[in-house]
Write a protein that binds this ligand. Structure first.
Ligand code: GTP
Length: 434
């Protein structure tokens, strides 16, 4: 974890005390100095994450102090705040030129509080996640592994892209960091290309490319390839740290959001017992099937499938076993029909199948084949039969999902009346027929 040391440099003892209190409350260890020279001496002896200094010190101006502080090794990435009572744009300009991080008002404590709290929170927050890291320099590899593990991350490091690519396919990573030029047959660029071609979520992982060539056209090319970020060598630890932090944070937030969306989708659209679409989802998707069928003069049929004597199954084997029958039957139905067809659980022991490109005859024949096959498949090891009603779209009748369902349901009822385990098709001219 980063050190959370802060240094307050001010001749005014009251302000040193006030600033120290704010910093301590945010979780910093605080040291103080009352002059510029004292502050610079302390900076040479210790490391700090934050320095607050007055714009007017007894021996030196705050701006000069900031300039000299930045020249001390290790202070290039430290936050340096200049505290002032002045409202001067000239001071702001000078402070920025000297490398100050920001200028804060000495009297507005809230401003300082908010800043230090955010900084402390970010610095002390441990990430969790996995990084795939490719770098062929062993020395640099060790330094970066140290940095990443210090942030709380698990690192899989490789010197060759080939190894990294194998690991990527089998691993669940939150970030990829890769050198662009690598030893071996595969370059970092090829690795990026392959990752971006990976299917689904896998291909969306954030990628930080690193390179000693700080060449603009190369950088642009890398962004075209799908790299999210670029860090030039020699790598500045603090810069890489902040970029890694941002990418992992955003990616994990995005994944969390997607998983919440998926859960909401499942809750709203899928039937809990069978994991088939529910009636609401069927209505949602059927609209497009009907409009396409009318527009392109395509056939469309709807079948209602009702399990025979399901009450008896529940009574004999228990409600849980009944659920298992419905679940296994649902999976089986989905596998039986084509991918373009929709299988949904309408209610209780009743399923609906929307059959794309089927008319009465083909739908009827398909359902008869289904019944035959079902004779050999026993969901949850229990023999079941179905009574099936079929109706198909009549282009002159202006059928809707509801109207077609009603006709198929009437046909299904006829199948029940005819002794069950059979298919009846609604015929627009003569009523129902087998
Ligand atoms: N296990 C289980 N049973 C359900 C579920 N939903 C409805 N049922 C039961 O399904 C049975 C349906 O019974 P009925 O409507 O009389 O129909 P049936 O016994 O299949 O008789 P027929 O349809 O005339 O062949 C009822 O006992 C319901 O309690 C469910 O989600 N799980």
């Amino acid at each position: 974890m980063q050190n959370l040391n802060a240094l307050v440099v001010d001749a005014d003892a009251d302000f040193r005390e006030t600033a120290s209190k704010i910093l301590l409350a945010a979780g910093f260890n605080v040291a103080t100095a009352s002059s510029g020279q004292e502050g610079l001496t302390q900076a040479q002896q210790s490391t700090y994450r934050l320095v607050c200094c007055s714009d007017q010190l007894p021996d030196i101006s705050g701006v000069d102090f900031c300039g000299q502080l930045r020249a001390i090794s290790g202070f290039d990435c430290v936050a340096v705040l200049i505290m002032t009572d002045q409202d001067s744009s000239r001071l702001l300009k000078q402070a920025m030129l000297a490398g100050a991080t920001d200028i804060f008002s000495k009297s507005d404590h809230e401003e300082l509080e908010t800043y230090v709290q955010r900084l402390a929170e970010r610095e002390s927050r441990q990430l969790s996640g996995r990084v795939l890291f490719t770098e062929d320099s062993r020395v640099l590899q060790t330094i970066i592994i140290d940095l990443l593990t210090d942030m709380g991350l698990d690192v899989d490091a490789y010197t060759h892209a080939e190894g990294a690519w194998d690991a990527f396919q089998g691993g669940d990573y939150d970030l990829v960091i890769t050198d662009v030029m690598l030893e071996g047959m595969m370059s970092g660029i090829t690795l990026v290309r392959k990752i971006r071609r990976a299917p689904g979520e896998l291909g969306n992982i954030p990628i930080i490319a690193t390179s000693g060539f700080d060449n603009m056209s190369r950088k642009i090319e890398l962004f075209h390839l799908g790299v999210n970020d670029f860090v030039s060598k020699p790598i500045v630890r603090e810069e890489l740290r902040q970029r890694v932090f941002n990418h992992i944070n955003s990616y994990q937030n995005l994944r969390e959001l997607r998983s919440q969306q998926n859960s909401l989708y499942s809750l709203a659209m899928l039937d809990e017992v069978t994991q088939l679409f529910n009636r609401h989802a069927l209505r949602e998707f059927a609209g497009k099937y009907f409009s396409d069928a009318y527009r392109f003069k395509r056939d469309l049929a709807l079948a209602v499938l009702d399990v025979d004597h399901f009450k008896q199954i529940n009574n004999e084997h228990g409600f849980e076993k009944g659920d298992q029958v419905l679940a296994e039957l649902g999976t089986w139905l989905k596998r039986f029909v084509r991918d373009v067809d929709i299988v949904a659980r309408w209610a209780g022991e009743e399923f609906v199948v929307l059959l794309h490109g089927c008319n009465n005859e083909s739908a009827h024949a398909l359902m008869e084949r289904l019944q035959k096959k079902l004779g050999r498949f026993k969901p949850a090891n229990i023999p079941v039969t179905l009574s099936i009603g079929v109706a198909s779209l009549n282009h002159d009748r202006n059928d809707t999902l509801n109207s077609l369902f009603e006709l198929a349901d009437r046909a299904m009822y006829q199948a029940k009346m005819a002794g069950r385990n059979c298919v009846m098709t609604y015929d627009g001219h003569s009523g129902q027929e087998t």
